[in-house]
Design a protein around this ligand. Structure first.
Ligand code: UDP
Ligand code: MG
Length: 336
């Protein structure tokens, strides 16, 4: 019989062969000191290095290790979602594979959870060994998002957090494709607390968040919490139309009342360029939203699992609960 699980630790992995064994050992050490049983769910997000083989080996020799292998790279947020779908614990912890989030903090999170918090997020009070560019863009982004969402999203908080089973179950009902999990979890409410920590430098390897992935996550976050960019396009439009009218008025005045002849075509060219730019920006912003609507309309699965190792039957059933049932909306577990 499969024993019950108190804590599920979800670890998204994408090409982390240099660090994954170290991560496993540190997590084991920490979780052995945790007040209850645990499982380590590694989600291999389509790695192309040896991560998968290493993880498969770990899952085969250690009964507390589970492994989900994606059929290709679906991204960090999809990997976390999959881990949560298959988790069996009464509390679920999400942690990066590169040891930037110190595993020891998990014990503090568990302590807070025992005090009655349903969500305990890790707040980065310092970030070690990250580039100035990353720190600066992160600082601006978190503050901008908070302003745009008009909603209390805590800044400097990543996906390193613990959530209670009931939060995890509620989150499973959200199958939106362009997901920004940390935002969704704060939006959900429940009793939320924080644990402060110093985000350490990566233990090995390089970041797997390319600039492109970072930008996508940033716009997913903004687009899923705010319509302001769409509105900003029209505000800008109004502003520049008004400016254009005033400018035209000045030119007419100069021509007819001051008798100054202005080389109009030069100005026209410049104005034209400027307004076309504004129009394109506005169109681009709409495109970003429409693209996301299109993605929701297609309603493809968030991820595809190619292989599962070490899960109980119950965990597999749980993980597959949200699968499409003909005639039923995908993404909601069936209520009987
Ligand atoms: N990751 C993933 N899929 C991706 C990119 C990253 O599962 O497409 C994992 C990665 O292995 C790590 C975590 O997500 O465990 C955070 O990524 P990373 O450390 O590269 O991001 P950073 O800390 O630099 O923001
Ligand atoms: Mg990292």
């Amino acid at each position: 019989m499969h024993k019950t699980v108190d804590f599920s630790v979800v670890i998204p992995v994408y090409n982390e062969e240099e660090v994954i064994c170290q991560t496993y050992c540190r997590l084991k050490q920490v979780m052995n000191a945790a007040p209850g049983s645990y499982e380590l769910i590694f989600v291999d997000d389509g790695s192309t290095d040896a991560s998968r083989e290493i993880l498969r080996g770990l899952a085969e020799q250690d009964g507390d290790v589970r492994l989900l292998v994606f059929s290709r790279n679906f991204g960090h947020q999809a990997a976390i979602s999959a881990g949560m779908d298959y988790a069996e614990g009464s509390a679920i912890v999400v942690i990066d594979a590169d040891l930037q989030d110190p595993p020891e903090v998990v014990l503090e999170m568990i302590k807070k959870w025992k005090e009655g918090y349903d969500v305990v997020y890790g707040k980065r009070i310092k970030r070690e060994g990250e580039t100035f560019f990353k720190k600066a863009t992160a600082a601006v982004f978190y503050r901008l998002l908070r302003k745009m969402a008009g909603y209390d999203l805590p800044p400097d908080v990543g996906d390193f957090r613990l959530i209670d089973r009931k939060v995890c179950d509620a989150l499973k009902g959200f199958r939106e494709k362009s997901r920004y999990l940390r935002g969704l979890i704060s939006w959900m409410g429940f009793r939320q607390g924080e644990v402060e920590y110093v985000r350490e430098r990566r233990q090995a390897g390089v970041t797997k968040y390319t600039l492109k992935k970072m930008l996508k996550l940033a716009f997913d976050a903004i687009a899923s919490f705010s319509y302001k960019p769409l509105q900003a396009a029209s505000y800008l439009g109004v502003l520049f139309c008004f400016a254009g009218l005033v400018f035209l008025g000045v030119l007419i005045n100069l021509r007819f009342f001051a008798g100054v002849a202005v080389g109009g075509w030069v100005y026209l060219g410049a104005i034209n360029l400027f307004f076309n730019g504004i129009l394109l920006i506005a169109l681009g912003i709409m495109g970003e939203y429409i693209g996301r609507i299109y993605k929701e309309a297609k309603d493809r699965p968030l991820y595809i699992v190619a292989e599962k190792v070490g899960f109980s039957r119950a965990a597999v059933n749980r993980g597959e609960e949200h699968r499409a049932v003909p005639g039923e909306r995908r993404g909601y577990s069936r209520v009987k």
